[in-house]
Ligand binder design. Structure first.
Ligand code: FES
Length: 115
């Protein structure tokens, strides 16, 4: 059973900057709220079976805020709240990733073959 056709996982881990980089310290909570608001506005869950969920550390803390999208296994890096609407409308609704926001350090070969 797949509860969602697509799932956006937004890292919202927050650490003091003196300890380690974290997405939460770079605006991830605001990003998650903006993505969920945009998703609600577009009826993403009801119409497209797509969810936006906050999650803990995804392991690429230096380049956050990070978002990973399943089932494509596509990663966005350095995402800001002002990018939320574009990601939701393009990737969430149209199924087209926002290429300029994709994480530069994540191999896309596997995800390109996943669709
Ligand atoms: S804190 Fe977000 S990836 Fe580690």
């Amino acid at each position: 059973m797949n509860p969602f056709r697509r799932h956006f996982l937004v890292c919202i881990t927050n650490r003091p900057p003196s300890v380690q980089h974290s997405c939460g310290a770079r605006g991830a909570t605001e990003l998650l709220a903006a993505m969920q608001k945009a998703a609600d506005r577009k009826g993403l869950r009801e119409l497209f079976g797509t969810a936006v969920t906050g999650t803990t550390c995804l392991g690429l803390c230096e380049t956050g805020p990070n978002v990973v999208v399943y089932p494509e296994n596509l990663w966005y890096g350095g995402v800001q709240p002002e990018n939320a609407r574009e990601i939701i409308e393009s990737h969430g609704v149209e199924g087209v990733a926002v290429a300029r926001l994709l994480h530069p350090d994540v191999d896309r070969d596997a995800s390109e073959n996943a669709s």
